[in-house]
Write a protein that binds this ligand. Sequence first.
Ligand code: ATP
Ligand code: MG
Ligand code: MG
Ligand code: MG
Length: 467
Amino acid sequence: MKMTTAELRQAFLDFFASKQHQIVDSSSLVPANDPTLLFTNAGMNQFKDCFLGSDKRAYTRATSSQRCVRAGGKHNDLENVGYTARHHTFFEMLGNFSFGDYFKEEAITFAWELLTEVIKLPKEKLWVTVFTEDDEAADIWINKIGVDPERVSRIGAKDNFWSMGDTGPCGPCTEIFYDHGEHIWGGPPGTPEEDGDRYIEIWNLVFMQYNRHADGTMEPLPKPSVDTGMGLERIAAILQGVHSNYEIDIFQNLIADIAKLLKVEDLSAKSLRVIADHIRSCGFLIADGVMPSNEGRGYVLRRIIRRAIRHGNQLGATEVFFWKVYQSLIEQMAQAYPELKTQQTIVEKVLRLEEEQFLKTLDRGLAILNEALADLQGDTIPGELVFKLYDTYGFPVDLTNDVARERNIKIDEAGFEKEMAAQRQRAQQASNFGKDYNADVKSDQVTDFIGYENEVAESEIIEILVD
Ligand code: ATP
Ligand code: MG
Ligand code: MG
Ligand code: MG
């Protein structure tokens, strides 16, 4: 069955609406009232209090297509982008939820019906995992659904006990995998070859049973509940007959536009995939109100933007380009997410300012890095250099690491941390000085970031916002 990504999103929501689920809009990428979470990383986030029993809604069944970002925080896929067929920093998670309503049997039955009857995936391509101790789920799969026991494997807590973060609702889960065929390397879940991209995890059904506290204790939830998450792009890839998420309609269109903009002929270039991924996370994050900065959420955003710009440089871009890709994102996704369009002016301005600022130091930083790489003894970039690139040229560590990885070398993270600690100490001493002496003394103590005068000032951002 062939479906566009947009049709698939709708088919999922319609199916669960037909099973008495309330369709709920995606919430913002910035979690409301939840300082424990960097960005929204799953469909269940906006329902956290429903699972805990402290928020009562008019419905006990819900379904949504939730925008998610997994960069930084507990679920971090930034390093996977460009390397695996299935990871993005931004993706959409389709989900159905039961707040003390149905439990394991209905959740599994709904999932199987959707996959095999509505979107008609061949049963012989589906594999299943359950939590080691969950006999009940294994029994439902094998005896009620009729899945061959050879395709049901039991897996430990690392993969089959899902938690949103270090605290909050959690529980054992069962996952459904799709076999993309023997021409792709990899083994079924639970085998040593599972790291390959042949068997791709598509859907996670979590049986929410506990609330984990900061001290690690697990308190049973008032009522066992269900939280499921299926990656829209992964299921779209299957229905569009392609292996990689980056080959689905939305990505192919984004990639074609970026290639045209940068005059790149080879559409399979890794950097095109990275930029296509990054414009989605950066565009949606800014549209949701996150601004680039030097800490917290804003620094994660800044890191992703700078990474995208470095990949543009890699493809030969000589001037600002990233903000121009946003128009293409609007064309691909504003129908489902109209806020992309209403926030267009702000997003493009913020991206352009951020890029203009980084371009001032990027070339010099890269020249220094390349020189050092040419002379490098061994396979590790020294911590002092990683620090200098960070401190003076505004290279986030993961960006330097990305360059290193392309060349099969490592960075000395411990050495970098040591430099950071030393800098913190210097800054501390400087501010102690500052208490007693005039500011001249202080300015001698801190290292120079040559991009400082180019930083997008807060006032400038405020100006953009009121524009
Ligand atoms: P994986 O093992 O492939 O990294 P996961 O186990 O971390 O996935 P879950 O936390 O179980 O993923 O999330 C539920 C579903 O969301 C996954 O089954 C997958 O379909 C989708 N998903 C998770 N992370 C990503 C991502 N970075 N990009 C695209 N889809 C994702
Ligand atoms: Mg993961
Ligand atoms: Mg997994
Ligand atoms: Mg999973």
